[in-house]
Design a protein around this ligand. Structure first.
Ligand code: SF4
Ligand code: SF4
Length: 276
């Protein structure tokens, strides 16, 4: 089972839910927020393996190129620029679509590997963590998110801490999940972005429910909003300075029985939802 943990916006507590649900239920974790992975901070100092991840980018053979400019015209991402004497390649902007190589009339373009980041695997006891780390300056995280998902061990249930928002990165991360836990905070901004993210999950046909974080703050009734949409509320994590402080210090919330009960209850609600 692949269970996405997502949120309409950053700062709602997606990582707090992911790492503590993983600890409470003994689940593997994948951090797909490859632009700023942080789940590893809660996984101890176990040994890790690091594998580079590449994507194809064009390389121009200047001897064969007549500077016709067709490649720069076809590139939808402005990754190729025709200069007076050569074609300049901005590798960090390239999405690896292959159109330029296919349309070059002189076969002057070859695709070569460009390292975009790394895939890191580690473990804490029986639980495994895999995450991607995108190189600084890379504009497109999607291939690395795909690489992290492709590396997940078959036959094990994994929580996937997804990028926030409703961008391409979030869509790629949640796509194909068996279930999605949408973390929401009861603020006007949180409710607005939650509605957008729920629309995305509905379009992707990913079954989902909502976990309310910082319950008691903000004054927005997320439960009523979910009821109006027919969306299940899986549970609520109270707005607590103590929880925020322990999480900010990189500590697990599992050392307090009442917090452990909260996350076990959340997991029980997810299991109930997923039961056929
Ligand atoms: S399409 Fe081919 S020949 Fe034309 S400018 Fe690009 S690389 Fe050069
Ligand atoms: S592979 Fe696609 S995105 Fe990359 S430079 Fe060529 S046309 Fe642009």
């Amino acid at each position: 089972m692949r269970i996405a943990v997502a949120s309409g916006k950053g700062g709602t507590g997606k990582t707090l839910v992911s790492v503590n649900l993983s600890a409470a239920a003994g689940l593997d974790l994948a951090d797909l927020d490859v632009e700023e992975p942080n789940a590893f901070l809660y996984f101890g100092d176990g040994p890790s393996t690091i594998v580079p991840v590449s994507r194809p980018v064009p390389s121009i053979d200047e001897g064969s190129c007549d500077l016709c400019g067709e490649c720069a015209r076809v590139c939808a991402f402005n990754a190729l620029v025709r200069l007076p004497r050569r074609i300049r390649v901005h590798e960090e902007l390239c999405h690896g679509c292959g159109a330029c190589a296919r349309l070059c009339p002189h076969q002057a373009i070859e695709e070569v590997d460009h390292e975009m980041g790394v895939l890191i695997s580690t473990a804490s006891g029986e639980r495994r963590l895999v995450y991607g780390r995108l190189n600084i300056g890379e504009a497109n995280a999607v291939p690395l998110i795909k690489a992290v998902k492709a590396s997940l061990a078959p036959g094990r249930t994994v929580l996937m801490d997804c990028p926030p928002g409703t961008s391409c990165n979030m869509v790629e991360a949640v796509r194909g999940s068996d279930y999605a836990i949408m973390v929401a905070e009861p603020t006007p901004f949180g409710a607005h972005d939650l509605a957008l993210a729920l629309d995305v999950l509905e379009r992707l046909e990913v079954p989902h429910g909502v976990a309310i974080n910082k319950a008691g703050m903000g004054g927005v009734d997320i439960a009523a909003m979910c009821a109006a949409r027919g969306t299940t509320v899986l549970g609520a994590i109270p707005f607590s300075r103590d929880i925020a402080q322990r999480h900010a210090q990189g500590r697990s919330l599992m050392d307090r029985p009442e917090d452990r009960r909260t996350f076990l209850g959340l997991w029980g609600a997810v299991m109930k939802e997923m039961r056929p």
